[in-house]
Design a protein around this ligand. Structure first.
Ligand code: CIR
Length: 257
């Protein structure tokens, strides 16, 4: 059974006033910067309340999606892997993450033609699921896999199919349990785990976040919340409506390690 990680640090980045210029496929309307800032502050305060020391970086005006820091790196207990983000508009976000992570871990990099977004990488103990998606190509996954091999970690590729990232549809919620969509629940690669299958109306809540034996869950998904309560962790509910409008979620807003 996977050991549930305890994290000490988080890296995050404030959303900038132009964050609504980022990439999105959602039809939920234009997000509001003032409300986004309020929701973002609540997110950072919640991580701090769960004993994380949070470094909050300043916005990057040239990169309206740069507050989705999860995509710019993959941090394991052994190494920080700086990604080559899969969307052209986001390539370059990783440059300002690297020096911050270099203070904590040795650095490796995903190199072109490999592309990889951290949102496609799900760490469950020492095993890593790497989504092959519109953002992460097989070369990027292989490169990360070879880096993980060096440290004795194991990995499996997962075809993401529809959906932005692997972690848009599957996340680890502790106690050997995955929270995942019905489509992911039938994959052999996830067979060794207990599963909480998302109601089809609540797929967005699949992006819930386990931090130090607490679960952070997006507001507005009562079926998922009730299912997660059975795991026995304290639950924090956060309104991330403005993040959702830009195709982001709870995991994307920080790197935790
Ligand atoms: C994008 O499309 O890249 C951003 N608007 C959203 C990224 C969300 N990141 C994540 O799920 N890890």
């Amino acid at each position: 059974m996977a050991q549930d990680d305890i994290f000490k640090y988080a890296i995050a980045r404030k959303p900038g006033p132009n964050f609504a210029d980022g990439l999105t496929t959602s039809d939920l309307g234009k997000p509001d910067f003032t409300l986004m800032t309020v929701q973002y502050e609540a997110y950072v305060r919640t991580l701090e309340a769960l004993d994380l020391e949070v470094t909050v970086l300043e916005p990057e005006p040239d990169f309206p999606d740069a507050h989705f820091v999860e995509d710019a790196a993959v941090v394991t207990p052994d190494i920080a892997v700086i990604t080559n983000p899969g969307a052209a508009a986001r390539q370059g976000e990783e440059k300002t993450i690297e020096p911050v992570l270099a203070a904590h871990r040795p650095i490796a990099r995903i190199e072109p033609p490999g592309t990889l977004d951290g949102g496609d990488v799900l760490m469950v103990g020492s095993h890593f699921f790497i989504g092959i998606s519109e953002r992460t190509n097989p070369q990027g996954a292989e490169q990360l896999g070879r880096i993980l091999d060096r440290f004795g970690s194991t990995w499996s590729p997962v075809d993401v199919g529809k959906g932005l990232h692997l972690k848009s549809g599957v996340n680890y919620v502790g106690r050997n349990t995955l929270l995942l969509t019905r489509a992911f629940s039938t994959l052999d690669v996830f067979a060794p785990y207990e599963k909480i299958v998302l109601d089809s109306q609540e797929v967005y809540a699949g992006n819930s976040l386990l931090v130090n034996d607490h679960l952070i869950v997006p507001e507005g998904f009562p079926d998922t919340q009730a299912k997660l309560e059975n795991l026995g962790y304290p639950i924090r509910v956060l309104d991330v409506s403005e993040v959702q409008k830009m195709d982001g979620g709870l995991t994307c807003l920080s790197l935790r390690f």
